[in-house]
Design a protein around this ligand. Structure first.
Ligand SMILES: Cc1cc2nc3c(=O)[nH]c(=O)nc-3n(C[C@H](O)[C@H](O)[C@H](O)COP(=O)(O)O)c2cc1C
Length: 175
C-alpha cells in the first residue's frame, strides 16, 4: 500500500470487531516502530502489550469509562520511555527541554507504529487518559520509565470519517 494511502486510511477508531491481533503481528508492528529516528539512537521507547484476556481486562479497568466504551474487543499497547535518556548531553546533563525529547522520540516511534498497523489492516486509538499506577503494577514497569499513551488496536467496525484539519495557513509559515 502506498504511504499516502496508509496515512489517509489511519484514523482514531472507537468501535472494534471481535478479531484479535496475533503476537507475531504485534512484533511486526513494534519492529516498524523501531525504525524511527531517536536522540543519539538511544531507542528509549518501551512497549507493554495486553493480548491475554486477563491483561486486556486489567488495561480496560485502568481506562476512564468513555475510553472503555470506545475499545471493547481491542487489544492494548502501552507506550513508555526511559527517562533522562533522550535529551541527555553528557555526564547526566540534559538539554534545556529535558525529557520532552523522550516524549518526542516516543511520538515518532508511535507514528510509525500506527502507520504500520494501518498498512496491516489494523486500526488504533491513542488514549492519553489512563491509570498509570495500575498499569505500572500489572506489567512491572520500572519507575524510571514514563508511561505515555495506551493505544487500542483492533479492526474497525464500520466507517469512520477523517476529522477536519486546520487550514495550512494556520500552522505553516514560510519565509
Ligand atoms: C496524545 C493523544 C491523546 C489522545 N487521547 C485520547 C483519548 O483519551 N480518548 C480518545 O477517544 N481519543 C484520544 N485521542 C485521539 C484524538 O482525539 C484524535 O487523534 C484526533 O481527534 C484526530 O482524529 P484522528 O486520529 O481520527 O485523525 C488522543 C490522541 C493523542 C495524539
Amino acid at each position: 500500500m502506498e504511504l499516502n494511502e496508509v496515512m489517509q486510511k489511519r484514523r482514531s477508531v472507537r468501535k472494534y470487531l471481535d478479531a484479535q491481533i496475533s503476537q507475531e503481528e504485534i512484533k511486526e508492528i513494534i519492529h516498524a516502530a523501531q525504525l524511527a529516528p531517536s536522540w543519539k539512537n538511544s531507542q528509549n521507547g518501551r512497549y507493554y502489550v495486553a493480548l491475554s484476556e486477563e491483561a486486556i481486562r486489567t488495561v480496560y479497568d485502568a481506562l476512564p469509562d468513555f475510553n472503555q466504551r470506545s475499545t471493547v474487543n481491542a487489544a492494548y499497547i502501552i507506550a513508555a520511555f526511559k527517562e533522562k535518556t533522550s535529551g541527555a548531553i553528557r555526564d547526566g546533563e540534559m538539554s534545556e527541554e529535558g525529557d520532552l525529547w523522550g516524549g518526542y522520540d516516543l511520538g515518532l516511534q508511535n507514528a510509525y507504529l500506527l502507520l504500520k498497523a494501518s498498512e496491516m489492516g489494523y486500526d488504533t486509538l491513542i488514549m492519553g487518559l489512563r491509570d498509570t499506577k495500575a498499569l505500572r503494577e500489572y506489567f512491572s514497569i520500572p519507575e524510571d520509565e514514563i508511561i505515555m499513551p495506551v493505544i487500542a488496536i483492533g479492526k474497525r467496525d464500520g466507517d469512520v470519517n477523517l476529522r477536519p484539519r486546520k487550514d495550512l495557513s494556520e500552522i505553516l509559515k514560510i519565509r
